[in-house]
Design a protein. Structure first.
Length: 379
């Protein structure tokens, strides 16, 4: 029997946050750091809960060096070798709290995950530490095979915080948490270079997915990360307002010095390659091509070169602080309790959109890569 759910499901573009009376006098009064105690390990993490996606064009060690300094987080892509992990962690032991080691469901991925998590990294105080976070990442988190993978990793690595997904509904969020996940990754098809919805017809509007999955996760003491769909800093605020504990993005962090992807130049303008991890480009690079039994579910684009990622981080952080002042949230944790969404038919005045975007790109791209953040902000 065919079932049609007539309830309206919403995306970030369908809503705005209604402002409320606030006692905050300045954005500087807002604290966007959060502290979490994770369900299965009882360990804590404190930082700004913004994550870079584990794509090989964004989830890089270079990105982690910058985001770690800002208290943010990077899910490192799974294609680094054990030797590269060892070199990175030995040189930057302080970043153990800012990175996750990614893996799929294959035995090869599992074996390498155990090796990376088995690395003992000396700290300045004479103690040793190891990788604290792992990201179990598949496009379809609804398969029983994936659930078994989560259970397998939880049993093998009881001390690590597991990020697992992707799913978009409450019942599967609960299933993954009960199987050992601490943080469930939410999102099917919202990414800027993801074509799953086009290729398969499967998906769920991201705002509604976050609201439903957050409710399910928080009822069990778990967390969620909204993965994908953010096209501007305001979308991060909407995701947090909807109940997300963390917000992950790939496209927002593409095109920077710290991003992967080949740099090209055309008509005097620089671009960096950005592609989905199920695209023809990614599968040709890592799997020898697209297998006969599947189709590409990602696209490849050229992103205008945007310089150092620090200016983007400051833009996102500034947008979050400003959103909090508009609703009277002194701490980021309060944002979801202070948020009321209003449905809208139009968010932005597009009269000069192309002119403004062109001018903004021209200003930032003309700055030298080592320009101080303060100069980039003033620009």
């Amino acid at each position: 029997m065919v079932i049609v759910d007539n309830d309206v499901k919403l995306d970030f573009k369908d809503v705005l946050i209604r402002p409320k009376r606030s006692t905050l006098a300045s954005r500087s009064e807002v604290d966007i750091r959060r502290t979490f105690v994770f369900k299965h390990t009882n360990s804590t993490w404190t930082g700004i809960p913004v994550m870079v996606a584990n794509m090989d064009t964004t989830g890089t060690f270079e990105m982690a060096k910058v985001l770690g300094d800002h208290g943010m987080f990077v899910a490192i892509h799974k294609h680094y070798s054990l030797e590269q992990w060892a070199t990175f962690l030995q040189a930057h032991p302080s970043l153990l709290d800012s990175v996750a080691c990614s893996a799929g469901t294959s035995q090869k991925d599992f074996d390498k995950l155990l090796e990376v998590c088995g690395l003992r990294i000396p700290r300045a105080d004479g103690t040793h530490a190891s990788v604290r976070f792992v990201c179990l990442d598949v496009a379809n988190g609804y398969s029983e095979h994936f659930v078994e993978c989560v259970r397998k990793v939880r049993k093998a690595l009881p001390h690590v915080v597991i990020i697992a997904g992707n799913v978009v509904t409450g019942e599967m969020t609960e299933e993954l948490i009960l199987s050992g996940a601490d943080i469930v990754k939410v999102g099917i098809g919202p990414g800027s270079v993801c074509t799953t919805r086009k290729q398969t017809g499967v998906g769920y509007p991201q705002l509604s997915a976050v609201i439903e999955c957050a409710d399910a996760a928080h009822g069990l003491g778990g967390c969620i990360v909204s993965d994908g769909g953010c096209a501007c800093p305001g979308d991060f605020a909407k995701a947090f307002g909807a109940g997300a504990d963390f917000v992950m993005s790939g496209g927002m962090f593409s095109g920077h010095d710290e991003s992967g992807g080949e740099m090209t130049e055309r008509n005097g303008k620089k671009y960096k390659l950005f592609y989905g991890m199920s695209s023809d480009t990614a599968m040709a690079k890592h799997s020898g091509g697209v297998a006969e039994y599947r189709a590409s579910e990602g696209k490849t684009v050229e992103v205008p070169y945007r310089g150092a990622v620090e200016s983007t981080l400051l833009d996102i952080a500034g947008g979050l602080r400003s959103a909090c002042t508009y609703v009277g949230a002194r701490h980021l944790k309060e944002l979801s309790r202070r948020t009321t969404f209003i449905r809208c038919t139009q968010q932005l005045n597009q009269l000069f959109a192309q002119n403004v975007e062109h001018a903004a790109h021209s200003r930032t791209s003309n700055l030298p890569a080592d320009a101080p953040p303060s100069k980039r902000q003033k620009q």
